[in-house]
Design a protein around this ligand. Structure first.
Ligand code: C5P
Length: 218
């Protein structure tokens, strides 16, 4: 098979990372979760008591990705593995704000482009097809109803032993989408040449197979 990059974009909790991991596994490609990079920078922002000097924050930040056979992508921030903290509520509630800042995006996008230089990458995020990998061989824009996305997130939380309220999850998801779609720099939007894939009511296997079929047809 020829070497390709796959860009997977879409709103919060649309199942992008679950599907991207499966597709990458099936095709022996590497999965890159770009949201985790923005989450790691947000984690540091919170540790620094929300100081709004993003230039200084980025200039003092070292961030890289490693891969663990069992746990997958790990995020190393300033020599510490912070991956396990990145799904915490505080991080989720502040990440869209931090990700809207120019120094943060310039820093993250540069790293993401470098990672995809040699191809063989399945990358998920919000601006992958539009900004990070505009020449990706396949671009998919994954969507699902807010109701279903909140239900999926609630199930995820349950598995992690976290109690959550469905109505509150729906509100949080809709709010984050609104912020991501309306920010000035690289807002979440479908690339003109992306295929829209509505995953509402579909199983993980079905969606994975649909993308694998798209790859075969490139
Ligand atoms: O995908 P995930 O929910 O982990 O993304 C967290 C947040 O990071 C998003 O809501 C968005 O604000 C930001 N993000 C982004 N660009 C990306 C990936 C994530 O702005 N490529």
């Amino acid at each position: 098979m020829k070497l390709i990059n796959i860009a997977l974009d879409g709103p919060a909790a649309a199942g992008k990372s679950t599907i991207a991991k499966r597709v990458a596994e099936q095709l022996s490609m590497i999965y890159v979760d770009t949201g985790a990079m923005y989450r790691a920078i947000t984690y540091k922002y919170l540790k620094q008591n929300k100081t709004d000097d993003f230039e200084a924050l980025i200039n003092s930040t070292e961030l890289y990705l490693t891969y663990d056979n069992e746990k997958g992508q790990r995020i190393i921030l300033d020599n510490t593995d912070v991956t396990d903290y990145l799904r915490e509520n505080d991080v989720t509630q502040n990440v869209s704000y931090v990700a809207s800042k120019e120094p943060v995006r310039t820093f993250a996008v540069k790293k993401q482009k470098e990672l995809a230089d040699n191809k063989g990458i399945v990358m998920d995020g919000r601006d992958i097809g539009t900004v990070v990998l505009p020449n990706a061989e396949l671009k998919v824009y994954m969507i699902a109803s807010v109701e279903e996305r909140a239900q999926r997130r609630q199930k995820d939380n349950e598995l992690r032993g976290i109690d959550s309220n469905l109505e509150q999850l729906k509100e949080e998801i809709a709010e984050r989408d609104h912020y991501d779609m309306n920010r000035e720099i690289s807002p979440l939007t479908k690339a003109d040449d992306a295929v829209t894939l509505d995953t509402t009511g579909k199983s993980i296997e079905t969606v994975t197979d649909e993308i694998l079929t798209m790859v075969k047809n490139i």
